[in-house]
Design a protein around this ligand. Structure first.
Ligand code: FES
Length: 100
């Protein structure tokens, strides 16, 4: 099996790997198909680059119904994958905590 050129040569001990403990706010186009990285190894976060090959993980496909900013999960621990569900706040992310 060919190795993706950008894939780390040493895999993290625990998958899914969290490339960041925060969502990726990203512009998406309605009707276009996207593949969200679920393993955390892709270097084109939050999208899949094929680095999951050989792991138990597969990308999650989405086709947005609207054009706009989506908050894609970056910690890979969301209860509503592929979207941020706030689980990152339990991992230390404070950006989504509402003021008093
Ligand atoms: S970044 Fe994963 S739940 Fe927020």
């Amino acid at each position: 099996m060919a190795r993706r050129p950008n894939r780390p040569t040493t895999l993290p001990e625990e998958l899914p790997f969290s490339p960041q403990i925060a969502p990726y706010p990203i512009e998406v186009e309605a009707g276009r198909k996207y593949f969200w990285c679920s393993c955390g190894l892709s270097v084109t976060q939050p999208w899949c680059d094929g680095s999951h090959a050989g792991t138990a993980y597969e990308p999650i496909a989405i086709v947005p119904q609207v054009t706009g900013t989506f908050y894609m999960c970056g910690c890979k621990k969301s209860e509503n994958k592929p979207y941020c569900f706030g689980n990152c706040s339990q991992l230390g992310y404070e950006g989504m905590v509402a003021d008093g």
